[in-house]
Write a protein that binds this ligand. Structure first.
Ligand code: C2E
Ligand code: CA
Ligand code: CA
Length: 756
């Protein structure tokens, strides 16, 4: 057989080598393991290409080439793992002679360059033939990446022919080197992406576990797969109990349908996320309100990879909102329904043509109790009166507090005023016995007005007003009596009203008697004055100085409030600019704007004109609009207010807490200041739920970047409490009453300036 081989055709032999090479290449294509690939390449060089030895050196991250794979005699095996500096390898490659892509370093060349690199020299006897392989010859296949960086070097030694390698061998050698280079690059890329993936996973795990919001991964069956600590704390189940539970099983029954509906949308691929406010049932049975955000991560083909739920606990906010709503419809002192509740009930009857009677109660001489014994005694008396009335009023009727010392009872299915009046007498008689308040006996009497609704009434307000007017007549006629509304005696507009209206028109037209008073508002952080609120006063030609509540209701009713409002805007701006205080901090003046001034297209031009004419910078003008006015405003009116804000004038929401707005509505209004109504400030520090509401309002405002002003601060303890709650500013008698310009702090400022 030995004899046959040389006679075999060269092409046959070549084909079989090529076939074997192809086999190797195919095999290489199936493995993704770098070491196995390099081993196979080194092995094939020895077995298929007939070299005595082969070594593959791979560049490491620290600039060294390491022998990663070898094939050949045992001495070569010992090289495995040896390292050499990249710099030395580059020198060797430089010194070598380029053979195409290969490098040949002949034994005739300077072998110095090999120093520092471990290599193997085969034991070959020297031969005079210039074509024979010499033991110190080296054939190298450098592997470069696309950026010219050396990936490694493949080196071979001792061809079985004993001759220098021929073109075929060299070509195949290049091919193997290229395969090794691809394997090295691939593996490096895989390592990087694997590292990135692991990194992202670690980060996600951390974010998931430590998130301050609850988080869960759920499967497409709606079962919890993973839950973080916050969620465990929020829902009260242990992690083990949560995992595997269906979300619907811990959802409040009323929210299941809505939640399932949204979840189905995601499963069906119609949406990738949804958000909802929903309730969960805590392990101990109580309700947990959350904002739930569900997001789905899809794979390339649109299938669901994972579903991630994030939950923020909003139970506190929901409670505060519910309490606020309760307070808005209930009077905080007596817990009775307030005026709007009474009107609502009455309107309900009006719409359904159910006749209803109204009893309007007013305590006689209540002011004396307040003034002589103090507000707290007054409050106690009101609570005692409430208790008596509550006990006596039948369940079918609605008892409520209109405000102050006024109460009302609505009696359904009553059309005879005299019968209603009898009920009134009966209730009045309950006060025959003196009441005990703070150890004192008090004789209480009430004046009662009576009316019944009729088809011509369009609004509850009209019915209540009639009962009110009848009550006033009861007072005029000596108190402690019941009077039935009589249109001939109880005129809607009294003569006094007409006279007052006439006098107000004259004052306005002649620009006489009306004037702004100024009340300081301080920054709670450092007690410096932030600005002033302008409050109207009227020096009546005969009655002397009148407060707003003595003439503004009439002005509102007659529409005079509109010109009065513009007059105040101008007068306050002028008065303030005359006492230029701009160098003393950016103080501003806040002017009240009535709801009647909105929606007429006049707000923006009038403000712009006043700013130009007075020279007051826009930033030094604030307008105050009550919560009620803004809520009732049309969208056009809201747009006007927004345009005012765009002028640079700040808009304050006045008397916040007395309207029906929810805390969340704040976000949608163009206001940068919220003035918390006096009725919430008064009980601060005493009534915990009132304090909680104020805390909540302040927190929300802080979140929205809205300044909070506490109104009606009268005591040091209120001031201290408000500071602790993070309220921005405060206004009230404690800080300073409304005063005419000459007497107010503004005058002193002007003085300080001129003397400086
Ligand atoms: P407001 O806008 O809530 O003004 C604050 C009211 O609270 C002022 O009553 C002020 O004197 C009073 N006040 C200030 N500090 C305290 C305090 O510590 N305790 C108490 N109990 N009250 C305090 P004022 O001046 O009688 O004004 C009553 C209301 O009349 C104002 O309430 C505002 O709604 C309206 N008003 C006043 N001037 C104007 C105006 O020029 N235009 C319009 N549209 N309304 C005005
Ligand atoms: Ca105000
Ligand atoms: Ca106010």
């Amino acid at each position: 057989m030995q004899d046959v081989e040389p006679t075999q055709s060269v092409t046959n032999l070549k084909r079989s080598v090529l076939e074997r090479v192809l086999d190797v290449v195919r095999k290489l294509g199936t493995t993704r393991d770098l070491q196995a690939t390099l081993d196979l390449i080194a092995q094939s060089i020895v077995e298929v290409l007939d070299f005595g030895a082969a070594a593959i050196n791979v560049t490491g991250p620290d600039g060294e080439l390491r022998v990663a794979a070898v094939a050949g005699p045992p001495e070569v095996q010992q090289l495995l793992g040896e390292t050499g500096e990249l710099r030395l390898w580059l020198e060797v490659l430089d010194a070598a002679e380029p053979w195409g892509n290969l490098r040949f370093l002949s034994h005739t060349a300077d072998q110095q360059t090999w120093q520092g690199i471990s290599f193997w020299t085969p034991p070959i006897p020297p031969s005079p033939d210039p074509d024979s392989w010499h033991s110190e010859d080296s054939l190298l296949a450098p592997m470069w990446d696309s950026t010219g960086r050396l990936l490694g070097v493949l080196s071979v030694d001792q061809p079985a022919s004993g001759k220098l390698p021929d073109l075929d061998q060299r070509t195949i050698l290049e091919l193997f080197a290229a395969q090794a280079a691809i394997a090295i690059t691939d593996s490096a890329a895989r390592e990087v992406s694997e590292e990135l993936r692991r990194d992202a996973e670690r980060r996600w795990q951390l974010a998931f576990e430590r998130a301050p919001t609850g988080a869960a991964i759920v499967d497409s069956g709606g079962r919890v797969v993973q839950a973080n600590d916050t969620l465990v704390g929020m829902l009260g189940y242990s992690r083990e109990q949560l995992v595997g539970k269906r979300v619907v099983d811990i959802t409040h029954p009323d929210d299941v349908d809505k939640n399932v509906g949204l979840f189905q949308e995601v499963l069906a691929g119609r949406s990738d996320s949804y958000e909802m406010e929903k309730r969960f049932v805590h392990a101990d049975g109580h309700t947990v309100w959350v904002t739930l955000h569900v997001g789905v991560i899809r794979d390339e083909s649109g299938g669901i990879r994972s579903i991630i739920s994030q939950l923020a606990d909003i139970t506190d906010r929901k409670h505060a909102e519910a309490e606020l709503a309760r307070r808005m419809s209930h009077d905080p002192l007596t817990a009775l329904p307030n005026r709007s509740q009474l009107e609502e009930r009455l309107n309900y009857y009006l719409i359904r043509n159910v006749p209803a009677g109204v009893l309007f109660f007013d305590l006689d001489r209540f002011k004396t109790v307040n003034d002589s014994l103090g507000h707290e005694a007054g409050d106690e008396l009101l609570v005692a009166v409430t208790a008596i009335l509550t006990e006596a009023v039948p369940d079918s009727c609605l008892l409520g507090r209109i405000g102050g010392d006024e109460f009302a009872v609505i009696l359904p299915n009553e059309m005879d005023p005299d019968e209603v009046a009898q009920q009134g007498e009966r209730l009045m008689d309950l006060f025959a016995e003196p009441l005990l308040v703070r150890g004192h006996q008090h004789t209480v009497s009430v004046s009662v007005g009576v009316t019944v609704s009729r088809p011509e009434h369009r609004h509850a307000d009209e019915v209540l007003r009639e009962a009110d007017q009848a009550m006033l007549r009861a007072k005029r006629h000596g108190r402690a009596r019941v009077e039935v509304f009589d249109p001939t005696q109880d005129k809607p507009a009294t003569l006094d009203d007409l006279k007052l209206e006439q006098a107000l028109r004259v004052s306005l037209n002649e620009n006489r008697g009306l004037m702004p008073y100024f009340q300081p508002i301080i920054n709670l952080s450092d007690s410096t004055i932030a600005g002033y609120e302008a409050l109207i006063r009227w020096l009546h030609p005969e009655q002397g100085l009148l407060e707003p509540d003595q003439f503004l209701p009439l002005a509102e009713k007659t529409g005079l409030i509109v010109p009065i409002g513009w007059w105040m805007l101008e007068a306050s701006s002028r008065a303030i600019i005359r006492r230029d205080f701009s160098d003393d901090g950016n103080r501003w003046v806040a002017v009240n704007v009535s709801g009647s001034q909105l929606g007429r297209g006049l707000l923006v031009p009038n403000i712009a004109r006043v700013l130009t004419e007075s020279g007051l910078p826009a930033a030094q003008l604030h307008v105050e609009i009550t919560e009620t006015a803004l809520i009732e405003a049309s969208t056009a009116a809201i747009d006007e207010v927004r345009a005012v804000a765009d002028l640079g004038v700040e808009v304050a929401l006045d008397d916040f807490g007395t309207g029906y707005s929810s805390l969340t509505l704040l976000r949608d209004l163009p206001v940068s200041i919220v003035k918390i109504d006096r009725s919430f400030i008064a009980p601060i520090g005493v009534d915990r739920s009132a304090t909680a509401i104020v805390r909540r309002v302040i927190a929300l405002c802080q979140e929205l970047g809205v300044v909070t002003v506490a109104e009606g601060v009268e005591t040091q303890s209120q001031l201290t409490a408000l500071r602790a709650l993070g309220c921005t500013q405060a206004q009230g008698y404690l800080i300073g009453p409304p005063e005419p310009l000459a007497a107010s702090g503004i005058a002193q400022l002007g003085h300080r300036r001129s003397s400086a």
